[in-house]
Design a protein around this ligand. Structure first.
Ligand SMILES: [Zn+2]
Length: 459
């Protein structure tokens, strides 16, 4: 349980991400009952006592990171097996996912949680990939993380193996999932509607799931893409662009989070801005899978129009890491290169997407995303006594351009210290790593989904 009061004392810097985006030097933070009650200069808060005090003189504090799209289920146990040039990874992704047993998914999830937390992510959206949430609940509980869950549903043919139901059943399953899961673990679990995509779900299903989200005060996420070819097909079939098609169904709004959003055009960006629909982009996945960021990435335009954009890591066989610091780095550099324009996505914008703006996109902005009195105490403390943090003049630049998740020293969720001195204590990592390797071998043997292990001879 959380200490009743916790004080982060004398931090070298606190990046508050508050309304003025203040960066406070020599700062302290007081946490009471899981919420931030005070933040300010250490000297001004010197008289405040707490049950537990963390000496933060060498540490830099940021809000906990939110990861808006991260399939946690299968991929940790077979990470890195796909050759770079594999043309259709999704065929294998969903076949591997489908083959996982409850016990296998539990361990794969545990590893995902270890990696997320140790790299500073305190809240993530699993877009419906978890098949056995009951089995994974203990892992969510033990780790202390926040998780946004849902059941992935479709009611149309798909080119790969997705959970397919009759429309009515898909609606009923989503309704009962949200009712069962939303608010569990003292609010750390949230449940959303998760239709896979507009191509694999009927209009009737998507509209019904949006109603489920509206009526239960929760949200909906789905995979969304566009681009010239999709635009042509949608126009021929529905008389509208892909995003306008969603608008015509009413599947837009502040509680709708569209994942990836590559290839949308200006009219679609207008539509997202007008309807206050949120977006999650996965910059490392986009780059690694050659999705054509120069042509299809519209992150600068979305942000310029005020669309709330969160960042995601997608999956350990897409990005392949779950490190939001590296993800921020990619977001901040890829548009500069793609468009040969150094003004695009400054380091500050990347950090906002991983924290305050991302939290707003994911409908958790009232509680998370900044270090201000009243917010939940979700904090990441970076060790600045490392070579990559020297010399330290512009803390945001150091964080986004120099550092990576390895300098995450301490992580606090809901006022509870879940990572301390680079270590978590909810699972024995040595045993877990062995188990995951074993499960990965088993899963490949069972499914026959194997690839040459290396282009080079392993002797
Ligand atoms: Zn996805």
């Amino acid at each position: 349980m959380a200490d009743h009061t916790l004080k982060i004392d004398n931090a070298r810097y606190v990046l508050t991400l508050d309304g003025q985006r203040r960066i406070i030097r020599d700062a302290s933070i007081l946490v009471e009952d899981g919420r931030i009650s005070r933040v300010g200069k250490a000297a001004e808060l010197a008289a405040l006592r707490a049950d537990r005090v963390i000496d933060a003189r060498r540490l830099l504090v940021t809000p906990g990171f939110v990861n808006g799209h991260m399939h946690i289920s299968y991929a940790h146990v077979v990470r890195g097996i796909f050759p770079d040039e594999l043309a259709s990874p999704l065929l294998h992704v969903f076949a591997l996912q489908e083959a996982m047993t409850e016990e296998e998914e539990y361990h794969s999830t545990l590893l995902g949680l270890v990696e997320l937390l140790k790299n500073g992510t305190v809240c993530f959206v699993d877009p419906g990939s978890t098949k056995f949430p009951d089995a994974c609940l203990q892992a969510y509980e033990d780790s202390g993380i926040r998780v946004i869950l849902g059941e992935c549903v479709t009611d149309q043919d798909a080119p790969f193996k997705l959970p397919r139901f009759a429309t009515k059943e898909a609606i009923a399953r989503t309704t009962s999932f949200v009712e069962k899961w939303h608010g569990r673990l003292r609010g750390r679990v949230r449940a959303w509607a998760m239709p896979f995509s507009p191509e694999t779900c009927s209009a009737e299903l998507m509209q019904a799931l949006k109603r489920v989200a509206d009526e239960r005060g929760t949200a909906l996420t789905l995979h969304h893409g566009s681009g010239p070819k999709a635009r042509q097909e949608y126009t021929a079939r529905h008389g509208r662009r892909p995003t306008e098609y969603l608008e015509s169904l009413g599947v837009v709004g502040p509680n709708v989070v569209l994942a990836h959003c590559l290839g949308i055009d200006d009219a679609e960006i207008e539509c997202l801005a007008r309807t206050r629909t949120a977006v999650v982009m996965c910059p490392v996945t986009a780059a690694k899978s050659g999705r054509g960021v120069p042509e299809h990435g519209r992150m600068p335009e979305l942000l310029a129009k005020g669309v709330k954009v969160a960042l995601g890591c997608d999956s350990p066989n897409n990005s392949n890491h779950l490190d939001m610091v590296r993800t921020m780095n990619m977001a901040a550099i890829q548009y500069k290169d793609a468009r040969q324009d150094l003004r695009l996505i400054p380091a500050e914008a990347a950090l906002e997407m991983a924290t305050v703006v991302g939290a707003q996109a994911l409908n958790v902005g009232d509680d998370l995303g900044s270090i201000e009195p009243g917010k939940r105490a979700d904090l990441v403390l970076f060790d600045t006594e490392r070579p990559e943090w020297q010399a330290l003049f512009n803390p945001v630049n150091n964080l986004v351009y120099n550092a990576d998740g390895r300098s995450v020293h301490t992580v606090v969720v809901d006022g509870r210290v879940v990572v301390e001195d680079h270590r978590q204590s909810f699972v024995d990592e040595g045993r877990l790593f062995g188990k995951v390797q074993e499960i990965g071998e088993r899963l490949q043997a069972r499914t026959g989904i194997t690839f040459p292990r290396s282009r080079w001879p392993i002797v």
